[in-house]
Design a protein around this ligand. Structure first.
Ligand SMILES: [Zn+2]
Length: 223
């Protein structure tokens, strides 16, 4: 999970909609602002190609207008993740305020077919454990239908990771052969893959962190 601070100030329309009996928290430029702040992807699975996008309440509002129209409580999530989260996870790490969030959860994925992602809590905090538990439910599924969705999500993840690893392998083939110019030509692609806007960026950023040689070479790009 990535640190993605919310843009400020809150969209003007939220205060106005809150005063109405049937106010809409998806008013005005709320959707565009959320898409931009969350880098056009679900903050939980980080799938950029999800076809269902929800405006999610980080803390379930349960009819509370303050929570329902609070800009800080509006998040951008895909339908799969939102449906697994529902109101069951109310003590998660907050990726919009926790600048150290990436250092609290470790990701590990091998690009073999049908491989299951491994996700670990790095510290002992209850909200870190709850966040890891939700992420594992998202990638492994809960109900029979959700397990099918999770399998599709993992297929996308594994293909994406495989593409990224192919570029890394090619990069070191070039540098080992002292083909500096060819290696440098691959750098923009590598930077895009590990940038915060990337599809499944947390997994790729941890591929770099999990390997000393990769970290020495590309750690400088993990801004
Ligand atoms: Zn998602």
């Amino acid at each position: 999970m990535l640190y993605l601070p919310k843009s400020q100030p809150a969209p003007d329309c939220l205060a106005h909609e809150k005063t109405k009996a049937d106010g809409d928290y998806k008013c005005g430029d709320v959707l565009n602002r959320l898409a931009s702040d969350f880098k056009n992807k679900c903050y939980l699975c980080e799938d950029k190609t999800a076809t269902s996008i929800n405006v999610e309440h980080f803390i379930a509002h349960k009819g509370d207008k303050n929570l329902k129209f609070d800009w800080a409580n509006l998040f951008y999530a895909c339908g799969h993740c939102n449906n697994i989260k529902l109101a069951k996870y109310n003590s998660l790490l907050n990726c919009t305020t926790d600048a150290d969030i990436e250092a609290k959860i470790r990701y590990d994925i091998k690009s073999f077919p049908k491989e299951l992602p491994q996700i670990f809590a790095i510290d002992n905090a209850a909200n870190t454990y709850q966040t890891v538990s939700l992420l594992l439910a998202i990638f492994n599924g809960t109900t029979p239908l959700k397990k099918l969705e999770s399998a599709n999500l993992r297929d996308k993840l594994i293909k994406e990771v495989h593409n990224f690893q192919s570029i890394l392998i090619q990069y070191f083939d070039y540098t080992d052969a002292e083909l500096t110019e060819e290696a440098n030509a691959l750098l923009p692609q590598i930077k895009l893959h590990i940038g915060k806007t990337a599809n499944f960026a947390s997994f790729k950023r941890w591929i770099i962190r999990n390997n000393d040689a990769l970290l020495a070479e590309f750690g400088q790009y993990l801004d």
